[in-house]
Design a protein around this ligand. Structure first.
Ligand SMILES: Nc1nc2c(ncn2[C@@H]2O[C@H](COP(=O)(O)OP(=O)(O)OP(=O)(O)O)[C@@H](O)[C@H]2O)c(=O)[nH]1
Ligand SMILES: [Zn+2]
Length: 204
């Protein structure tokens, strides 16, 4: 089935980063609530800052320090707010697409010594099962001409480009390394080609 989305409602949301408009989309593939959080006027404009964020209940809502998701969500909204225009797309593909149950099981495997990639594979999944089709359709629906993608993940840039989105630039979103996220972030760099700078002690 050819994926299609429908913009069902738009509503004003005042935040600590200023005022945004939340666009709620339905689609013909799943029953999940994928949304776009839009600041300023973006239709028919180029180089719009865009963050495509995948749901992380533990990081985004509970403030987990196992990953950098909550921190990245905050930083992205700050970048968009500073620019005065932009979009945060929130895709409901928890755990890089494997769902919350499997992600929590993967965490237990990680506590036994596996890294994030091997834990996913051990559970019968790929390291990353995300799909950015809805994100591309939302950006087309919102009418942006081209974007600057807020990410460290080259796979996201490739995926969006293949879906017909003109990515003119990348805006880096550096995370702070600490004991609880060090292994997670190091695996992103060493196994998932993320463009993050490892702290000195990790380079040796
Ligand atoms: N399977 C799995 N998923 C995780 C783990 N830690 C975080 N995630 C998921 O990873 C996703 C977050 O990735 P993003 O922040 O969107 O993007 P990214 O690929 O890290 O790339 P950036 O754009 O540079 O942040 C969310 O869906 C999280 O639930 C983990 O240990 N295992
Ligand atoms: Zn996370």
């Amino acid at each position: 089935m050819k994926p299609q989305i429908k913009n069902l409602v738009q509503t004003r949301i005042p935040t600590r980063y200023g005022e945004f408009v939340l666009h709620y989309y339905s689609n013909n593939i799943d029953t999940k609530e994928h949304v776009a959080f839009v600041k300023g006027s973006i239709a028919n404009q180029s180089r719009i800052p865009v963050r495509i964020h995948s749901e992380c209940f533990t990081g985004d809502v509970l403030g987990s320090r196992r990953c950098d998701c909550g921190e990245q969500l905050d930083k992205a909204l700050q970048i968009i707010s500073n620019a005065g225009q932009g979009v945060l797309i929130y895709l409901r593909q928890e755990g890089r697409g494997i769902g919350l149950l499997k992600k929590l099981q993967a965490y237990n495997l990680q506590d036994q010594g596996m890294d994030t990639v091997d834990a996913n594979i051990h559970l019968g999944h790929l390291d990353d099962e995300r799909d950015y089709t809805f994100a591309a359709l939302m950006l087309q629906d919102l009418g942006v001409d081209s974007i600057q993608l807020i990410t460290n993940n080259p796979r996201k840039i490739d995926a969006l480009t293949q879906l017909g989105i003109k990515v003119e630039d990348r805006i880096p979103i550096e995370s702070v390394f600490h004991n609880d996220n060090r292994a997670y972030l190091t695996t992103k760099v060493e196994k998932m080609s993320h463009l993050l700078t490892l702290p000195n002690e990790d380079k040796n």
